[in-house]
Write a protein that binds this ligand. Sequence first.
Ligand SMILES: [Fe+2]
Ligand SMILES: [Fe+2]
Length: 145
Amino acid sequence: MLISMIGRLHWGDGVTGLAWPVVWTPAFEVGIPIIDEQHRRLVGIANAVSQLTGQGVAFERALEDMMAYTQYHFALEERLMRAASYPGLEAHRREHEALADHVGGLWRRRTVLVQTEVLELLTAWLVNHILTCDQGLRSLAGRPQ
Ligand SMILES: [Fe+2]
Ligand SMILES: [Fe+2]
């Protein structure tokens, strides 16, 4: 079910090629230090989830990190885009909204959730959002933040 929901997030051919744990490469970078730092954190969360076998304190903590990341990181990106009158703001914001909805859904089901569901979302996020949508933020690099 989650995969079909993620399908609306431009689930692409490359999504199955992601190996765990994910190794950070320059392809993830957008050239804005605070954004790159937060994306590194997401990769860290994703890798932590990939090492977990299921329920437990560590699993719940990883979900909490995702919740926090979603709120702070998306707000920051949207603030930067708004300040720069970024033309893709609305489409980008809608994609954030969809991702945040999925994260919220996972959080609500956290007691019955399995690792693969979280990894599916994180894979879509890393591959389809950071490696595509967020790359548009490169045009904002060097602006005051
Ligand atoms: Fe991002
Ligand atoms: Fe984004």
